[in-house]
Design a protein around this ligand. Sequence first.
Ligand code: IPM
Ligand code: MN
Length: 351
Amino acid sequence: MKLNIALLAGDGIGPEVIDQAVKVSDAIATKFNHEITWKPALTGAAAIDAVGEPYPDATHDICVASDAVLFGAIGHPKYDNDPSATVRPEQGLLKMRKKLGLFANVRPTFTFPSLLDKSPLKRERIEGTDLVFLRELTGGIYFGEKGRRDEGETAFDNCVYTRAEVQRLAIKGFELAMTRGKKLCCVDKANVLETSRLWRETVQAMEKDYPEVEVSYEFVDAVAMRLVQWPNSYDVLITENLFGDILTDEASVISGSMGLMPSASVGTENALFEPIHGSYPQATGLNIANPMATVLSAAMMFENFGLQEEGKAIRAAVNKALDAGFVTEDLADGGKAYGTKEVGDWLAANI
Ligand code: IPM
Ligand code: MN
């Protein structure tokens, strides 16, 4: 297969982890006879520094013309403590999601047998955990009208959802559940929020189209609690943008390291693959960041093209590295820690 992939390394550790994912993907291309053309483009603080805009039109054009986007991370500390900054790297990410129509963020949480004791949760609570969050990504409070009034003394962020936005996300949820454990949890706050009542009513009306899927409705606060009590009781969860942002960070540490969890953001035309960890500025350039989440994001990318064997080969190499202890310092646990680049080389050599 010929693949054109937009490569948005971004900020912080983004470029380092992206390099490893490229290396591993190229090894896959050699082994399975694919031809990958990488199209690097600027985003985040790196793009603000270069052209004054976190998601430049030139980058958007490259993304639109590509078959998929592989993304590193964005964010820079110089913006974090400056509420008055008018251009922020994160705006680039939101703009990109909106302009590319990436309305569904797929965030799996699964465990690795060799890491069961690294989780902050007890082994018996997490064994068998294999869940997927589908977070709505282009609506809700992140995109509603926001502003200040009363001379800046009052601030507001509106949360708005349309039935169509809920439906298209829920369709993905039902369809994914059908390929897995056939359980779907709609996470909302329908006891308080009108948008949540629209979510619940919309999903309830869709149940009849998927009679095999067992649907539950749970309040977001209860889900936050159950996720650390019985994460293995969930299969597919669908939720709105803000709830999904928070719960997927919570879920991501269950596996033992946030540095392991990949994600996909999909829409009707394009798809983007990225690790769920952020730009980890403290580690920038130190060759210590765990590249596995980005490498596993590349696995999701291949699988999204229908290339299941390629995805499997990457997952197998990652599992082999974990079993062999060929890991970065976040997973080394007092043992030998390898560099970002060395782990990338090892994974590529083991494809
Ligand atoms: C994420 C990130 C982003 C989000 C930020 C950087 C805007 O936290 O992908 O979860 O909140 O969506
Ligand atoms: Mn987040």
